[in-house]
Design a binder for this molecule. Structure first.
Ligand SMILES: [Zn+2]
Ligand SMILES: [Zn+2]
Length: 520
């Protein structure tokens, strides 16, 4: 009996986790994210992988694993496969599920390439975030609803109105009829002649899920995006625990604490543990950040811009509470409203009901279909705030936006104001931020920057990391007492001495990209 673990990425770097767990002929994929550092070595916003070559551009650069049987067949051009099959790591597998720890792109971004029949096992919250992401993005697609492609003249073209839903098995609870309504919503103008292979979203409570021959438990944990889970997988040789990304100092720190407590109760063979920040001192908790922001916002006049990155709903909640205390309204982008609306199905505030939540109303005619639909639901209630209204009374609002929304500054044309940088992600987890460009924009409009953009970011009073720190990792590993400890999502050279301290009671293995670790 043996268990094989292959780390196709997420080793000796932050993010891009793609881990294969195999026992006998059965395989599970743990996360399937983008390694932004690696992708950015070759591509940028102008030179992208060619979507009409399906998986091949990424495959030829070794950015996705050389495995047969895991990719969508409609993304493979058979005559281009030779190079693929000659790869020393190449083998055919037949995965029974993909486990997604959370909806950050460094864990889920390449999911669109995986075969559409492989079930996705994740939290209900993560699945709602993924659906919102694909409904509102011009770049990200095929996470939940796969748009079929067909080969034509040597390239792949999207077939008109042909879709296949991925099967989702999700942990969580909420109003099933409303969740199904959201899950089935198609944000398209042209709804005629749609050919859709439908698969229902399967919602199960947080309990053991059996997918033969494995048993899977998902533990909710705290992270800088809602819905993060750590997984425990029961195999023939014992439990394998995969932490995903987690922290102990956010609004849901109790979740992470419960998870760590539970580790005492199971006998763990292998612990795959994140190690983003083992040696970085935690200076501020999410609560401290909220207080620090409140203390400056309460005295500020003029334009306030809050940048907390995409999908960091917990930070958005902190800003909402601050807005209520200082009597200002939040102006969100429609993407945030769409996501909040989806998350209101699982207990987050309904943006329709909360008078402190408004959204930025762009000039008419610039809307995508999903935005037009959202406006139909919201605008009648006076939720939309135009550039003119903001200009007339800048003291009344906190504008929530990031670099990618800076076009709004060209509508408002502010002269002075304050930009609070309060994003939680490590730079290479979601997207590299371009410090110089942000500074250029803000300088142009004479807006003061508060918070550290890149250097000494951990010391910024408006920053609380998304990741567990050294003392928390020590407690986690001490409670888990695994036979094998495999650090991932970590920079090895920087952190090897930290993880070596656990050699007293477990075998510490630093995985190498593509290498299979056999555990008996
Ligand atoms: Zn990550
Ligand atoms: Zn993450």
């Amino acid at each position: 009996m043996s268990l094989r673990l292959t780390f196709f990425d997420g080793v000796n770097c932050i993010g891009g986790n793609k881990i294969l767990l195999e026992e006998d002929d059965y395989a599970l994929i743990l996360d399937f994210g983008i390694n932004f550092n690696e992708e950015n070595k070759y591509f940028d916003e102008f030179l992208r992988p060619r979507s009409y070559f399906g998986i091949h551009d990424l495959y030829n650069l070794n950015l996705i694993p050389p495995l047969g049987g895991i990719y969508r067949e409609d993304l493979i051009i058979p005559e281009n496969l030779e190079n693929f099959k000659n790869h020393p790591w190449y083998r055919e597998i037949n995965p029974i599920a993909t486990l997604i720890s959370h909806a950050h792109l460094d864990h889920v971004g390449y999911l669109s390439y995986l075969h559409e029949d492989i079930p996705i096992i994740t939290s209900l919250i993560s699945s709602l975030i993924m659906k919102s992401l694909e409904d509102t993005s011009r770049i990200i697609s095929d996470l939940c609803l796969v748009r079929r492609k067909a080969q034509e003249n040597g390239v792949l073209k999207t077939e008109r109105n042909k879709f296949i839903k991925r099967p989702y098995i999700t942990f969580g609870n909420g109003s099933i009829s409303k969740i199904e309504e959201f899950w089935n919503k198609l944000e398209r103008k042209d709804k005629k002649n749609i050919d859709i292979v439908d698969k229902p979203i399967n919602i199960i409570d947080y309990e053991t899920y059996k997918i033969s021959p494995f048993e899977i438990i998902a533990f909710p944990v705290d992270h800088s995006i809602p819905g993060a889970v750590s997984f425990a997988i029961k195999t023939k040789i014992g439990w394998v625990v995969y932490t995903g990304d987690l922290r102990l100092h956010g609004r849901n720190k109790d979740h992470s604490e419960n998870f760590i407590e539970k580790l005492k109760e199971i006998s763990i063979k292998v612990l795959i543990c994140e190690g983003t920040h083992p040696k970085v001192d935690r200076l501020y908790t999410e609560e401290d950040v909220k207080e620090n922001i409140y203390n400056i916002v309460k005295n500020l006049k003029g334009y306030i811009i809050a940048d907390f990155g995409a999908r960091n709903i917990d930070r958005l909640m902190s800003f909402l509470e601050i807005a209520k205390e200082v009597g200002k309204r939040l102006v969100l982008t429609l993407k945030d409203i769409y996501l909040l609306e989806a998350l209101s199905l699982v207990g987050y505030p309904d943006p329709k009901e909360d008078e402190y939540i408004t959204f930025y109303k762009k000039p008419k005619g610039s809307y995508d279909t999903w935005e037009e639909n959202l406006l139909d639901r919201y605008d009648i209630q006076g939720k939309g705030i135009s550039a003119k209204e903001i200009r007339n009374s800048p003291d009344d609002f906190i504008l929530c936006m990031s670099y990618y929304d800076f076009h709004i500054l060209l509508d408002i044309l502010p002269n002075g104001g304050t930009y609070i940088f309060s994003s939680s992600e490590a730079f290479n987890e979601e997207m590299k931020i371009d410090q110089k460009k942000i500074e250029n924009w803000l300088n142009y409009f004479h807006i003061e920057i508060r918070g550290n953009l890149v250097e000494k970011r951990e010391e910024s009073p408006f920053h609380a990391s998304g990741h567990i720190h050294g003392d928390g990792i020590i407690k986690l590993i001490d409670y888990a007492r695994p036979e094998y400890l495999i650090p991932v999502h970590t920079e090895r050279e920087k952190n090897i001495d930290f993880f070596d301290q656990f050699k007293d009671f477990c075998k510490v293995i630093y995985p190498k990209k593509g290498e299979t670790i056999i555990i008996t």
